[in-house]
Ligand binder design. Structure first.
Ligand code: NAP
Length: 242
């Protein structure tokens, strides 16, 4: 039986590459987008044209109702969720003292509460089947803290805490929960960062390179196919954080 992967925020960047990688490797893939309808449809058509098993669903995962609908859609289409990749996220560079209440809440809702919503709903199905793998996308900044992005780092650190505690709770039900904490990866998320700063970051990285979305997709695929790793944080970061 073909396995099903639900990837939140897969219209662009890391999520999109995960969708391509899992589809190519014979998974049913559910693409989720919120704002980038055009990019999501392009990806959907690209995968469909290759004969892959793929569906697409618009949902703002920071909203409990829409997150539930996304999971229900997945079950409705494929009758199962084997792998959940909680990837949707936003970033913002701002001095802590300038962050407004609205920006803080938006960050926590999008980057942390979404993981709670989609995971909790997916577990209705995973627990019934006593099977499932949850892969949460955090960040190196959730591990070591990032200045000018305290709200982002807080949400990403929360994901690490959620991963570890949930792994303990769900292990006896044969559900693995792990976390990927990427380093600097070339996606739209870096658009606001000057080329000069990016070059400095590259030079500071022991492997002397910025990562690509495929580096994270391969890591997610590895975790999706492992049977003994749970509660762990894996950080593909070129050695930037060791
Ligand atoms: P990206 O290219 O900006 O893509 C972000 C994705 O998240 C988009 O597909 C976007 O969809 C989706 N998204 C945002 N808000 C959403 C919402 N409310 N509901 C549903 N989808 C939503 O960024 P990326 O670099 O691929 O980031 C993916 C994940 O990796 C994020 O969690 C990010 O924090 C993490 N990460 C990235 C880096 C990096 O250097 N790039 C490093 C560490 C961690 P729409 O455009 O359709 O709204």
């Amino acid at each position: 039986m073909k396995k099903t992967v639900l990837i939140t925020g897969s219209s662009r960047g890391i999520g999109r590459e995960c969708a391509r990688y899992f589809a190519k490797n014979n998974y049913n893939v559910v693409i989720n987008y919120n704002k980038s309808e055009k990019e999501a449809n392009l990806l959907y058509n690209e995968l469909k044209d290759k004969g892959y098993s793929v569906r697409i669903f618009k949902a703002d995962v920071s909203n409990r109702f829409e997150a539930n609908s996304l999971v229900n859609f997945t079950i409705g289409e494929f009758e199962r969720i084997d792998i959940l990749i909680n990837n949707a996220g936003i970033s913002q560079n701002k001095l802590f003292t300038d962050i407004t209440d609205e920006e803080w809440l938006n960050m926590i809702n999008t980057n942390l509460n979404s993981v709670f919503y989609v995971t909790q709903k997916s577990l209705q199905y995973m627990l019934e089947n006593k099977n499932g793998k949850i892969i949460n996308i955090s960040s190196i900044w959730g591990m070591v803290g990032g200045s000018f992005e305290v709200h982002y780092s807080t949400a990403k650190a929360g994901i690490i805490g959620m991963t570890k505690s949930l792994a303990k709770e769900l292990g006896p039900s044969n559900i693995q929960v792990n976390c990927i904490a990427p380093g600097i990866i070339k996606t739209d998320m870096l658009n606001d960062i000057d080329d000069e700063i990016l070059e400095c970051l590259r030079e500071e990285t022991p492997l002397m390179k910025i990562g690509n979305p495929i580096d994270i997709a391969k890591c997610a695929f590895f975790l999706a196919n492992d049977e003994f790793i749970t509660g762990q944080v894996i950080s593909p970061n070129g050695g930037f954080v060791i």
